[in-house]
Design a protein around this ligand. Structure first.
Ligand code: NI
Ligand code: MN
Length: 226
């Protein structure tokens, strides 16, 4: 599986299928692609905030591919004429050999683009399983101890963790999350998009080294081969 970071929390996972997560491209100065250039089979959206729902509706319509999101966000997406599959925590949605399981995140989820007139239900993360590989996309989240359970249940190969602080965990708390999740690899996200979420994830390396967890710091546009 090839994991490409488009900056912020946007990733493209390419294996037998292409799964796009949280495609915030328009308005993200770090994004190395245009919404028009992205090719995918399925889109996962963790919550209703604009920096996660992003260009999902546009890409879904253009590519004629479904969006998977929590029920309330899915209903909003459907009302905008794109096609969404609503699900909820512990549920698994299977699409052409890709399994998406929804897990909790400690955050909020109002739908930015509707001026928060839609609640957006609750924020989520995803366990994404494809080609016998497991990736945990944590969405926007604070630290919560059920990450231990997520690690135990799903044994992620890779954890994509927010580290920018202010709206999510910072690098210190994401290091604790990594210790609990026990993935083989951590890829930091949700930092350096804007000044309030400036972070240097390199600071996580000594502690992760001790745990035998590889820290992979990508630049927007770079990929990690799993
Ligand atoms: Ni958010
Ligand atoms: Mn965010």
């Amino acid at each position: 599986m090839k994991i490409t970071w488009f900056g912020h929390s946007a990733f493209l996972l390419e294996g037998s299928k292409k799964v796009l997560v949280d495609p915030f491209i328009t308005g993200n100065d770090n994004a190395p692609v245009k919404p028009d250039d992205i090719d995918c089979d399925l889109i996962a959206v963790t919550h209703g905030h604009g920096d996660h729902l992003g260009d999902a509706i546009f890409i879904s319509k253009r590519q004629n591919v479904p969006i998977v999101a929590i029920y309330e966000v899915a209903e909003y997406i459907n009302s905008k004429g794109a096609s969404a599959v609503g699900m909820n925590f512990s549920g698994t949605y299977e699409h052409e050999g890709v399994k998406l399981t929804m897990v909790p995140a400690l955050h909020s989820s109002g739908i930015t683009e509707s001026g928060f007139r839609h609640s957006g239900g609750l924020p989520a993360g995803f366990i994404i399983r494809m080609d016998n590989k497991t990736v945990y996309h944590a969405g926007d989240t604070g630290l919560f101890s059920d990450m231990k359970l997520i690690g135990e249940l799903y044994e992620p190969d890779v954890a994509l963790l927010p580290v920018g602080g202010l709206f999510t965990m910072d690098t210190e708390l994401a290091t604790i999350a990594a210790r609990w999740l026990k993935p083989k690899v951590v890829i930091p996200m949700h930092y350096n998009t804007w000044p309030p979420i400036t972070a240097d994830p390199e600071s996580m390396r000594p502690e992760l080294d001790k745990e035998g967890i590889e820290l992979v710091i990508l630049k927007p546009g770079e990929s990690y081969e799993l």
